[in-house]
Ligand binder design. Sequence first.
Ligand SMILES: Nc1ncnc2c1ncn2[C@@H]1O[C@H](COP(=O)(O)OP(=O)(O)OP(=O)(O)O)[C@@H](O)[C@H]1O
Length: 305
Amino acid sequence: MGAKKLHHILFVINPISGGIDKETVISEIETFCAAEGILLSFFDTTGENDLENLKEALRQKDYNAVVAVGGDGTVHLVGNALIHSETPMGIIPMGSGNGLSKDVGIPQDLPGALGVLVNYTIRPIDTLAVNNYISVHITDLGFNALVVKLFSEASTRGPGTYAFVAMQQYLSYECREYKIETDNGTFSGPAFMVTITNANAFGSNATINPTGIIDDGKFEICLIEPFPKTAALGLLYRLYHESIGASDYTHIISCREATIYNPNQEVGHIDGEPIDLGERVIIKILPKSLRLLLPKQIPDSSEND
Ligand SMILES: Nc1ncnc2c1ncn2[C@@H]1O[C@H](COP(=O)(O)OP(=O)(O)OP(=O)(O)O)[C@@H](O)[C@H]1O
């Protein structure tokens, strides 16, 4: 049986994401929707009060789907607006990294991503409550979060800038102390980075959580412990060959809830947005709390409308 038609879609456009001009993208979306007989509306992000404004727009009108046209920050915004609702989220990847869309198999090209809107399956995924925030993909404390923060303040974007900032910080980075309590184990000691996710990989394709399943009711805390400089290349190799879990310097805890004590108030990020998470970070899984529009051929436990 075919998927039920999405009659009216709201496209949330981030005009600056990925450094991509959205004019052509918008006109391709318009052409596609006209050809498919889909009514469309747009919501442009401004970078100010976007979540409140988007929630208000969703209160004003019912849409069959809301599609994030941007990077992970835009996906985070739309995901937060739709959490626990019946309305599914689509993604047209237009950021620098596009982590969640890659993790769930959404085509990275515009025609492919648009095609999902007419040939879809709906898969409810787990998300995470992190203190007062919702994380739809990856939250970090430590080295990577520091790089994300400095990258967000840099005057240029793109993978080159990210790599440059990472290399600069790596040479002087001092691991911080953490204490972690979960329903499935504890950890205490220094760590280079602490990644909290139920997905698999960063937008850079570095697989930090190779065995994570996005809808199994659990999330993972992936720790990279202090390592000698001579081990750095090996760790990098493992990140890009889905074998980080086998490293002597990693520790992965799979759990449903956790408290991370972060006495140095090391910087964090949620879905690529730098954030101060304070000295105590409380994390809980929110099972099947966000419905995603995915390409129909992916075999999973999904449902068709
Ligand atoms: N009109 C705007 N002007 C300036 N900043 C904006 C505007 N709209 C959204 N933003 C900011 O854009 C950021 C989100 O960008 P997004 O993550 O989608 O793209 P990206 O950073 O290029 O991609 P990725 O996260 O995949 O690397 C948020 O910090 C948000 O506040």
